[in-house]
Design a protein around this ligand. Sequence first.
Ligand code: ATP
Length: 328
Amino acid sequence: MKAPDGNKLAILHALSQGGFISGQVIGEQLGISRAAVSKHIITLQEMGLDIYKVNGKGYCLSQPLSLLNQQDIESTYAQLDGSGCTFEVQPIIDSTNTELMRRLQSGNISNNSVLVAEMQKQGKGRRGRTWQSPFAANLYYSYYWRLDDGIHATMGLSIAVGLAVYDALKALYDLDVQLKWPNDVLINGRKLAGVLVELDGTAEGPCHLVIGIGLNVAMPEAAAEHIDQPWCDLNELAQDVNKNQLVAVLTCFLQKRLGQYQQHGLQAVYKQWNAVHAFAGECVELSSGTSKWRGICEGIDEQGAIVLRIDGQSKRYFGGEISLRVKS
Ligand code: ATP
């Protein structure tokens, strides 16, 4: 699918201001006919945008839409005394993580680059799963970070990233965020965001990390139908969500957490993570391929391994292939 451009993008900008706007007014602003406006609206609806029409009033978005703007991100980041990161906004991309990995491979990337997009055609979860990424609805964010200490230092990085998302959501919207091992951000058991860390490097040499964060802001119904687990979005939890502010604030917290991680690993923060983790003290099941382990979830240790109490003993599990589910 193509991202809206030209007149479609202009229509979307007009609608994103909020309220109703008539086809005639839009047409006059763009110098096109009402019929042409109506055709563009139909295409936007087909792309998954919830736009509806009321006779005599015109068109309206079913929920407010916040569009990405590079200048807004940069100025908010500067107001927050942020420094060191560069920002780029793309309307459409296969996946923000894939794009940064490609740039990494071609040597065309600088440390602390942030890439955000309005839409991902191939948004990724772990192990080939799909991350629903409809146009203009949510945040699709990637950050490139070079770590000179090598791969051994990257164990548990998703934990530090989860805490940065926690910080941003707490600071901006005072949300009761829970973190699910190893990479999910939940509100009342429903998934609001996911983290996907991809890496390239050797144990001895520098390690190149691409940190992806997908965070739901205003999920349209059509895309939500493809999500096979409980989910939520920011629009139902907070007022006046501004994606540009979110990008700037998230980046500042991410930089702080990455700096902390580089210096002390998870030593200083694993207890903090344990204080907000989903399923604390609950019966859970870990699975990896055909292996399964059931026990009481005790939280994580200093390396970011998940600890389960099984038959009276605490056992640690670690690895990118493991999934955690609560068992009632
Ligand atoms: P694991 O515990 O192994 O990480 P997971 O189901 O959380 O399992 P992820 O790879 O983290 O897997 O995320 C992909 C899954 O998240 C999809 O299979 C789907 O169930 C769900 N999902 C996809 N898009 C979204 C979205 N925009 N918001 C919330 N959940 C989504």
